[in-house]
Design a protein around this ligand. Structure first.
Ligand SMILES: NC(=O)c1ccc[n+]([C@@H]2O[C@H](COP(=O)([O-])OP(=O)(O)OC[C@H]3O[C@@H](n4cnc5c(N)ncnc54)[C@H](OP(=O)(O)O)[C@@H]3O)[C@@H](O)[C@H]2O)c1
Length: 287
């Protein structure tokens, strides 16, 4: 296959409208790579709930970014990711890049499945085993609390090495398009451990206003989220995250970004400053 033909053969980006997928799509498109966005709103539609549509989404793709929604911790995730990966390589995909989480047994099971499926088919695999995304504060669960002016979480003194979704996207693009990343497991963290309270304080400093942080029990947190309309599929995932994943087992730094890209990861303070400058945290909380 010639270089230009390869560039014209699409890369499927599942979750392609989400925190990591959108950034990957932007980078690949800017580099002139053919892409197909995996989204329920696209044609062909891609929906993890509807396996009948997966084949059309995978038709003719050379590589796939696999981002499961809502989370690899969800009980049905493993079977779906395995079936999807099998379909991808059977259809000719030569690279599978899986977005995963650290120290989550269900996520590590999914990593093994994707690795095995790729190996059996003679395809390349890359695992992006990620820390908590900084962008959870600006594009997800914690956006409204920051806008509202108080962050309430069931997390205390355990620190987390927040990773910037821009770094994840840079690594994913390299794994999807460049040589040298086949059969690699990259554990991706930021350069600094921060508690949720310290991360909130970095955002407050960047915004120049106070944002108090309050620790509550998991039960109180879920009740609060329920009142605010948290989709039910996310409640179990969040309870699991705060009770098992954020218990200290992930409170260490890794060199995945440096190893994959030859540069250090972006610090949370830089994320906070750049995001504050966009004005996203100054907009009113949606009803
Ligand atoms: N957030 C973190 O801190 C963190 C840390 C480590 C790992 N992860 C992993 O990251 C993954 C989530 O990635 P992300 O944060 O980049 O995505 P995200 O921002 O949560 O975006 C959601 C994406 O999922 C798509 N989506 C929603 N429902 C879907 C469905 N039924 N079928 C197909 N697509 C659906 C949405 O697309 P449409 O609405 O356009 O269909 C959107 O593109 C999870 O697997 C999680 O385990 C997250």
């Amino acid at each position: 296959m010639t270089h230009s033909t390869e560039e014209n053969t699409p890369i499927l980006i599942t979750g392609g409208t989400g925190k990591t997928g959108r950034r990957i799509a932007e980078r690949l498109a800017a580099a002139g790579q053919a892409i197909r966005i995996g989204s329920r709103r696209n044609a062909p539609a891609f929906d993890w709930e509807d396996a009948a549509g997966w084949e059309a989404a995978l038709l003719g793709v050379r590589a796939v970014y696999i981002s499961y929604y809502p989370d690899l911790l969800a009980p049905e995730a493993l079977g779906r990711v395995e079936a999807f990966a099998r379909l991808a390589v059977a259809g000719g995909a030569q690279r599978l890049v899986l977005l995963s989480g650290r120290n989550e047994p269900a996520a590590q099971d999914a990593e093994q499945v994707v690795t095995r499926v790729a190996q059996q088919a003679g395809a390349d695999w890359t695992i992006l085993r990620c820390a908590w995304f900084a962008q959870n504060f600006s594009e997800s669960l914690l956006l409204d609390p920051v806008r509202h002016g108080e962050v309430v979480l069931p997390a205390g003194e355990v620190p987390e090495p927040f990773i910037d979704a821009d770094d994840i996207a840079d690594v994913a693009v390299a794994a999807l398009t460049q040589p040298g990343h086949a059969d690699q497991l990259y554990e991706l963290t930021g350069p600094r451990l921060l508690t949720m309270a310290q991360a909130t304080a970095e955002i407050a400093r960047a915004l120049g206003r106070e944002i108090p942080y309050r620790q509550v029990s998991v039960e109180d947190f879920l009740a609060l989220m329920g009142q605010q309309g948290l989709p039910p599929e996310l409640a179990g995932v969040l309870a699991e995250l705060f009770t098992t994943v954020l218990d200290g087992r992930s409170a260490y730094l890794c060199d995945g970004v440096q190893r994959a890209l030859g540069r250090p990861p972006r610090d949370f303070a830089d994320y906070a400053r750049a995001t504050a400058a966009t004005g996203v945290w100054n907009q009113p909380v949606m009803a």
